[in-house]
Structures are given as C-alpha cells and as structure tokens.
Design a protein around this ligand. Structure first.
Ligand SMILES: NC(=O)c1ccc[n+]([C@@H]2O[C@H](COP(=O)([O-])OP(=O)(O)OC[C@H]3O[C@@H](n4cnc5c(N)ncnc54)[C@H](OP(=O)(O)O)[C@@H]3O)[C@@H](O)[C@H]2O)c1
Length: 353
C-alpha cells in the first residue's frame, strides 16, 4: 500500500494556519506526516495539529523535500517567492494569498463549485479565493445554476481576523482601552481619542465603529478587497462579464464575515425556489425565519464549516432580483477549510478508500 501523503503547512503560526491545524483533527485522516513551517521568529514553537503538539520548522527549500501538498498561509510576497520553490521540490501548492489568484495558469478552486479545476494546474499551484468571495460564492453558485446570474451588488461586513492575528489583537487592545466607559461614542472624535494611535492594521479605530475600507487603494477609488471580490467571483463562476459592485466594510467582529447581496438573474426568481436550491446545496445552511429571530450571524457561524444564508426575499422592484444575507467563518470556509478541501482533492487518487 502506498504511504499516506505528506502535507506542509506554511504559515502554521498565523490566524489561518492555526485554524487549518485545528480543523485537520476533525477531518478524515488522509495525511501521513504533517510539517509545520513559519518564519525564523517561530522556529521551535509548538502548534497543536491533528491532536498532536508539532514543532514549527524553518521555511527552507529542503523543507519541501518529500512533501506532496504544501498549503501556503503567508503574506502575498512570501507566497510569491516560496510557492515556485516548493513546486520545484515536487509539491503541489495550495495558496491562500492573493499572489496567484488571477494568473490564468492557476485555477481558483471552490470544491463545491469547480472541483475539476484542481487537475488543471500547469504551474503546480492552485489558488484559494479571498475570504469575502468564498463566504458569498458558495451561496451564489446554486442560485446561478437555477436562474443564471447577471449582476451582484453587495456590501460586506468583515471581521477583524480577516486582517490576520494582528487585526484580532488590535481590536482586543482597543476594547480594553474603552471598557467600562458608558459615554464614549456620543461625541465626535471621542473614540479616536480613547484608542489613540493603536490602530493595528486598520486605518481607523474598530471598537464602537465601522470602517468602510479593507485592503489598499486600487483604481477609480475602489479598494483592493472590492476588486478581489469582483475579479474572483467572475473567475470562479466562469462569468468574465459578470457585473459586480462591492463595498467592503470592516466591523468590530472577531471572526465571521457577512455579505448583504442584491443578485440580479436572467430569469424571474421566487424566494421559495431560491430557498429550495440553497437547502440542497453543499456547504450552505439555510437560516431564514426572521419571525422567529433566525437569521445568519457571525456569533453563530463562527467555528462552523458552512456559509449561513438567510433574509432571502425577491426584490420589490425587480422580479429577476433576490436580496439575501450570507455569513461564514472567514478563517474556515473563507480560508483554512477551503484549502484543506482542495488539498484532499489533490491527493484523492491516492487516498480514496
Ligand atoms: N485571515 C483571513 O480571513 C484570510 C482569509 C483568506 C486568505 N487569507 C490569506 O492567508 C494568508 C495568511 O493570513 P493570516 O490571516 O493567517 O495572516 P497572519 O495571522 O498574519 O499569519 C501570517 C503567517 O505567515 C508567516 N510568515 C510571515 N512572514 C513570513 C516569512 N517571511 N517566512 C515564513 N513565514 C512567514 C507568519 O509566521 P510567524 O508567526 O513566524 O511570523 C504566520 O505564520 C494571507 O495571504 C492572507 O491574505 C487570510
């Protein structure tokens, strides 16, 4: 019998990497050796993975020798430099960064939508989509199959962990500074003053606030995050002309991205038909009973695998449009879970039982 494949997790100490290590213990055990890698800062650290304490090693070319799949959970520039090295050493790379997502020779895979793309990887690299796109797209794809998608208009409500561990730490520090003050938030600038310049990776305080900005400045006043949602949705769905308008907003939630979506289709839609399509869709859970106070929210979706979908209604002014709200764990389906699913697909021919 062939030995079980070897997995490397690059960036195992980060927000996404630690969730990947954690969720491997709950998935079918297809991996033999698991190698954890990170920066020189973390070498020798212990990280719990698949129920064991594993020691973090250094990111070196030799670290990829004998590795079948290397999942990269590192910043874009680190992935851009090291993914080709891992491929040269014989690994298939599954990359969570934005470094290769729009490369036409790199498939952008969501296993519930385009699993066959895993086998078309001329560069040996498979990309994982951005967390906001992933949260939304598993709910949009079944509706596209049913009605034919023409346009998306959306606003996101993104958690601070989308900006990595540094984002989580910044929100907690800010909350610590304002704790117990019953007046803050009622005068211009008072929250800014309380938080000071301790903004972490964000352009403004997140505590008691919402910030209509994520990423860097792209063309025409768009943010890079908004452009990612547009371009990646088009690529995953195979709809290069899909109209997409996005406004990405950061909110004081630790983990769990939400997206309010107005989706326009080729044919007339009805809310019950849409619910039925979503009820039967993989990776989606329907939570849609506003009268009973049941709607998708980060406090319920955090730590779970599916995208939670609710508030489904036909647009009042357009029989071809639906409005809905989607929430998902940005560190799981939005990142670690999707890469775990892709990695398992890559080695499936060897591990199918
Ligand atoms: N957070 C999300 O919701 C999310 C969703 C989808 C995709 N992503 C993408 O996933 C990647 C990781 O995000 P994250 O949120 O987990 O970030 P993070 O919490 O900042 O973690 C970054 C990881 O990269 C490692 N790293 C940084 N520089 C390195 C270097 N020069 N050499 C080797 N390792 C290095 C860090 O190791 P040390 O601990 O040793 O510094 C750490 O393990 C990013 O590309 C991000 O855009 C994130």
């Amino acid at each position: 019998m062939a030995p079980q494949p070897t997995l490397a997790v690059v960036g195992a100490t980060g927000a996404v990497g630690t969730v990947l290590c954690d969720l491997l213990s709950a998935r079918r055990n297809v991996w033999g050796e698991i190698r954890l890698l990170a920066s020189a800062r973390s070498v020798g650290r212990k990280v719990r993975c698949r129920g064991e304490e594993l020691t973090v090693g250094a990111l070196t070319p030799e670290a990829f020798d004998g590795v079948d799949v290397a999942v990269f959970d590192v910043p874009d520039e680190v992935a851009a430099r090291w993914a080709p090295i891992a491929v040269d050493r014989g690994a298939v790379v599954v990359d969570n960064s934005a470094a290769f997502r729009m490369d036409p020779a790199v498939p952008l895979v969501v296993p519930e939508i385009n699993p066959d793309q895993v086998d078309h990887r001329p560069k040996g690299i498979i990309a994982n989509a951005n967390c906001t796109t992933l949260t939304m797209i598993v709910a949009i794809a079944p509706l596209h199959r049913e009605y034919g998608l023409r346009e998306l208009v959306l606003a996101s409500y993104q958690a601070v962990s989308g900006a990595g561990q540094a984002g989580v730490d910044a929100l907690h520090r800010q909350l610590g500074k304002i704790a117990g003050d019953r007046v803050l938030g009622s005068r211009p600038g008072d929250v800014r003053q309380a938080v000071g310049d301790d903004l972490g990776p964000f352009p403004a305080p997140l505590a008691l606030n919402v910030v209509p900005w994520a990423g860097s400045l792209a063309d025409h006043g768009w943010s890079s995050e908004e452009m990612k949602v547009r371009n990646e949705s088009r690529k995953i769905l195979g709809l290069p002309d899909l109209k997409v308008s996005a406004t990405c907003v950061r909110v004081p939630v630790v983990t769990g991205h939400s997206v309010a979506v107005h989706a326009v289709f080729a044919t007339e839609v009805d809310a019950e038909g849409a619910r039925e399509a979503l009820r039967n869709a993989p990776g989606v859970i329907l939570v849609d009973d506003p009268a009973a106070g049941e709607f998708p929210m980060p406090i319920d979706a955090v730590g779970t695998d599916p995208s939670w979908v609710g508030r489904i209604r036909r647009a009042v002014d357009d029989p071809r449009a639906l409005d809905l709200f989607v929430t998902g764990d940005n560190l799981r389906k939005g990142a670690a879970l999707n890469t775990a699913q892709i990695a398992e697909l890559v080695v499936r021919p060897r591990t199918r039982s």
